[in-house]
Ligand binder design. Sequence first.
Ligand code: 13P
Length: 255
Amino acid sequence: MIRKKLIAGNWKMNKSSAEAVTLAKDIVEAIGRETSVDIVLCPPFTALESVGRVLEGQSVKLGAQNVHPEKSGAFTGEVSAEMLRGLFTTHVIVGHSERRSYFGETDAFINKKVLTSLANQLKPILCVGETLVEREGGTTLAVVQRHVEGGLLGVTKEQITTVIIAYEPVWAIGTGKVASTEQAQEVHAYIRDLLTKLYGAPLAQKVRILYGGSMKPANAPELLAQKDIDGGLIGGAALESRSFVDLVKSAVAAG
Ligand code: 13P
């Protein structure tokens, strides 16, 4: 197996600190010692510390949903990579489409976050993906290319295998409309080709590319069976322990 599958839960702006602890405990109880698949929980900032305590000594990792590129200073409302590391965070989602659309994040800004994360030993989960208008306009691959190349600017050969890419078609997020396995695999293979051009085949083969967008236990096995789909970035189905645990089990079964 070249690439270990990875299932990450993006809890978005959901769960109080207390609710997050309950959810994390339920997940840990069911799959806390699972090592054949990497598992990451990304609670909101306010629950990072409490969830981190639940994950102590378990194989489940802690991820944040955002990071600011600067080290410290007058950036009201923001959180630095160093602060995240201080809470034993190992992963961070960058460039989620919700941040691109609601908060105006550009590829250049997202690229700074990727570089800051890597410089601080945080593994970035770089999100890329087209909107419905872009898909219907036939520009899916061009948009994905811009997101991937823009996000990875300056990332070295030594760093690239610690980057995780998440292909999240915007029209599939929270809509119940999952991409077909063919649609998803086509874009994943395209991303792998881009990585091959940028970093060479041996390294490109090691980078994990996750799918995100209405992924659920019912559609996961087929998606996870695709050659270039190495896991999932899960929104809605990660907010309930049973569905999240089932998704992890699908990834274990898919190898
Ligand atoms: P849903 O699984 O709710 O569609 O969300 C996907 C997502 O945006 C994960 O980052």
